[in-house]
Design a protein around this ligand. Structure first.
Ligand code: C5P
Length: 220
């Protein structure tokens, strides 16, 4: 627990992933994208024909234990298969949100996530990094942006990849996902009591990074 951790939590499409990855690179730290674990879980269960219902959570955990997850650079492998792209769809995000509300699924992933805390340090992004997984982290950032902003960013991202998208649908989807993530009884999306809030609606990635690095510096 003496190994430093920077937590970056926040709602869907707030830019957590981008911010956390750049901060990790600048600090030379490891990086954990915890959402990818729930995305993989949703994907694996769907492929196995298991309905994403709480009654099936034991079967989903058993499946998860039978399929090794491995990170290779920015790629993520499920039982040897590169699923980096397959887990990035809107549908995979919604499925991740469903399975992530199941207590046994969350419990099964706790140690896996904590094992990423290795020297020289870790930057972890998700929903409960600061509240549940690394409660003693010296820096916890809660990153937000307006729903309009987040939907527009997601829209541009998809369009730039040549994926057709409808702005109003994206916004409705992300608001539905946030509502589910915030209202679930286990590990709901909320800032840790000692989190520092950052609204990046009007900030560039570079200036958000600078703010977080300044906060980190002031902890040293
Ligand atoms: O961050 P990302 O959009 O990839 O996360 C997908 C879903 O996984 C979220 O909507 C949330 O339901 C879930 N999640 C979670 N806890 C985390 C990270 C993600 O419940 N630490």
């Amino acid at each position: 627990t003496h190994i430093p951790v920077v937590c970056v939590d926040g709602p869907t499409a707030s830019g957590k992933g981008t911010l956390a990855a750049v901060v990790a690179e600048k600090l030379g730290y490891h990086f954990l994208d915890s959402g990818s674990l729930y995305r993989i879980t949703g994907l694996a269960a769907t492929r196995a024909g298991i309905a994403l219902e709480v009654a099936n959570q034991e079967a989903i955990v058993a499946l998860l234990r039978s399929l090794p997850i491995r990170f290779e650079g920015s790629h993520i492998l499920l039982d040897g298969e590169d699923v980096s792209d397959a887990i990035r769809t809107e549908e995979a995000g919604m499925n991740a949100s469903r399975v992530s509300a199941f207590p046994l699924v969350r419990g099964a992933l706790v140690d896996f996530q904590r094992n990423f805390r290795q020297l020289p340090g870790l930057v972890a992004d998700g929903r409960d990094m600061g509240t549940i997984i690394f409660p003693n982290a010296p820096l916890k950032v809660f990153l937000t942006a307006s729903a309009t902003c987040r939907a527009e960013r997601r829209y541009k991202q998809l369009i730039s990849k040549g994926i057709p998208a409808i702005l109003a649908d994206l916004r409705a989807d992300l608001e539905a996902r946030d509502a589910r993530d915030s209202s679930r009884p286990v590990a709901p999306l909320k800032p840790a009591e000692d989190a520092q809030l950052l609204d990046n609606s009007d900030l560039t990635v570079d200036s958000s990074v600078e703010i977080v690095l300044d906060w980190w510096q002031s902890k040293q």
